[in-house]
Design a protein around this ligand. Structure first.
Ligand code: FES
Length: 107
């Protein structure tokens, strides 16, 4: 696995998300001070989950057709998405956020 720098914790406030240009891209979310990372591309279509809406129940809603995914597990919870999103580990070290991606995924 490769450790990719995302941003500082000061640059990702609760309720915000950020796209990381790995290949494939990853979306990192801050939900109430906890960080989660999912595949950025919605499993239903060509939507960037980093542009989705973080909900109170620790889910993210796709910005195009409003399918919801669990931020913790990537599970597709509502239609029209049927396939889960991949998840990635997030690390915080010295107030900097990193995501762990497979070897070779760094852009
Ligand atoms: S593109 Fe995400 S639900 Fe359709």
């Amino acid at each position: 696995m490769e450790k990719i720098h995302v941003c500082s914790t000061a640059d990702l406030s609760p309720g915000e998300s950020r796209r990381v240009d790995t290949s494939p891209a990853v979306a990192v979310f801050n939900h109430d001070g906890s960080y989660y990372a999912l595949a950025d591309l919605c499993t239903h279509g060509n939507a960037s989950m980093s542009e989705g809406y973080i909900e109170d129940d620790c889910t993210v809603e796709c910005p195009i057709h409003t399918a919801r995914f669990c931020l913790k597990t990537g599970k597709a919870l509502t239609q029209p998405a049927n396939e889960d999103l991949a998840t990635f580990d997030v690390l915080v070290e010295d107030d900097e956020i990193y995501v762990m991606v497979p070897e070779g995924a760094a852009a």
